[in-house]
Design a protein around this ligand. Sequence first.
Ligand code: ZN
Length: 121
Amino acid sequence: MALQQTCPCGSGATYDACCGRLHRGAALASSAEELMRSRYAAYAVGDTDYVFRTWHPRTRPDDLAPDPALIWTGLRIIGSGADWVEFVASYTRDGVAGSMHERSRFEQRGGRWVYVDGEVS
Ligand SMILES: [Zn+2]
């Protein structure tokens, strides 16, 4: 991902100034929504390590294998609170467009926001 490209999370900022600085460990997400955006962007750029380390150890899968046929194409935040975010993430899989609607829950752990789980609807 080129650093000066627009961030995949849809903020309008460059990747470098937005989720890129979280992915490379230069900054920590300051809210559940910022973490959620950065996790979406990590899926979009294929940064599986970031997805893994921002997942609560209690709920994260042992292995996170990205699906090579899946391309994330957009994120729309519907609502958010202190520890939850509801969003629609769009994708194409093998060229077929789809979307995922989820309400995710987050927790602060040792001063860092982590993803706990989500309800897909
Ligand atoms: Zn971003």
